[in-house]
Design a protein around this ligand. Structure first.
Ligand code: ADP
Ligand code: ZN
Length: 285
């Protein structure tokens, strides 16, 4: 029994085949170019296997409401060629097997809950701080969705008094993503996050904004764990700053687990998404 998984990102596509234990037995990473070209390479990889199902976690926004015409589509993305592309429909017409379809961050949240940092819990939030900011939510061991998937990277947060930076979000300018994603950090400081010294004041601002978001998520959803991932979170010191800010901002209002247990780094690292997709594939059978 083989299961297929695709973590579809705006930069790269990760494809994997897992066995019954969901151990990855083959894997392919390709750049995300135009849809047709990218799909040809994906097909060439999966055609080698007889799969019983496939799980896809995609960059978004995507249509995930099965009652809507845009189910399975990639929606308003700035990525050239992918807006209104029927990714799931194309995959389904190539492979007549059951599919699971969700966002990349939902898949990662699910992977982390079943096999990573939130193992043994029934709920968690996974937040990625990278090129964009996005979150996946698992409640009662089920990926949460309503009208569509939540867009928790675009929430409004309170600006620091000293912050004059306008923000990078093309829709909202200074939403969380606009103020605290990797590109915003870079434009704000003139230096990529990976090269920015630990003592730079932008890190404290970064922590201030992310902690506000975590406080809002905690107050609205009360997850058992918050897991942080994405390129910017490679800065170990940032996690400590976020935890400190979180405690300060919460001001003891709500009873949450000890902060080092509650706000943690991803455990499966770059594998959370693909493992989540494999788990969802297996459950789709
Ligand atoms: P994506 O979000 O496109 O999947 P990443 O999660 O790697 O990719 O995020 C890329 C962003 O993270 C870029 O803005 C980059 O500058 C920033 N970044 C990558 N590595 C680091 C690091 N070690 N420290 C701080 N920022 C980083
Ligand atoms: Zn926004």
């Amino acid at each position: 029994m083989y299961y297929g998984a695709i973590e579809a990102g705006g930069t790269k596509m990760v494809c994997a085949v897992g066995d019954e234990a969901l151990t990855i037995i083959d894997r392919l990473e390709i750049p995300t170019t135009l849809p047709e070209e990218t799909l040809e390479r994906i097909y060439a990889f999966f055609d080698q296997y007889s799969l019983c199902s496939m799980g896809v976690g995609s960059f978004g926004p995507i249509g995930i409401n099965p009652d809507k015409d845009n189910y399975g589509y990639i929606l308003a993305t700035p990525k050239k060629g992918w807006t209104a592309f029927d990714l799931l429909g194309n995959l389904k017409s190539r492979y007549s097997i059951p599919f699971a379809w969700t966002t990349d961050v939902n898949a990662a949240a699910y992977g982390e809950m079943k096999r990573g940092a939130a193992k043994g819990k029934k709920s968690c939030i996974y937040l990625t701080v990278g090129t964009g900011i996005g979150a996946g939510v698992v409640i009662d061991e089920t990926i949460f969705q309503g009208l569509g998937h939540p867009e928790m990277g675009h929430i409004r947060i309170r600006r620091a008094d000293s912050d004059r930076y306008e923000g990078t979000c093309p829709y909202h300018r200074d939403c969380l993503e606009g103020l605290a994603a990797g590109p915003s950090l870079e434009t704000r400081t003139g230096t990529k996050g990976e090269n920015l010294p630990e003592a730079h004041p932008a890190w404290e601002l970064q922590a201030y904004y992310i902690a506000q978001a975590l406080m809002n998520y905690t107050l609205t959803l009360a997850p058992e764990k918050i897991i942080l991932g994405g390129g910017v979170m490679n800065q170990g010191h940032l996690l400590h700053k976020i935890r400190r800010q979180f405690i300060e901002q919460m001001a003891g209002y709500m009873d949450t687990p000890e902060v080092n247990e509650y706000i943690v780094r991803w455990q499966l690292a770059n594998e959370s998404g693909i493992i989540g997709c494999l788990l969802l594939a297996k459950e789709a059978v």
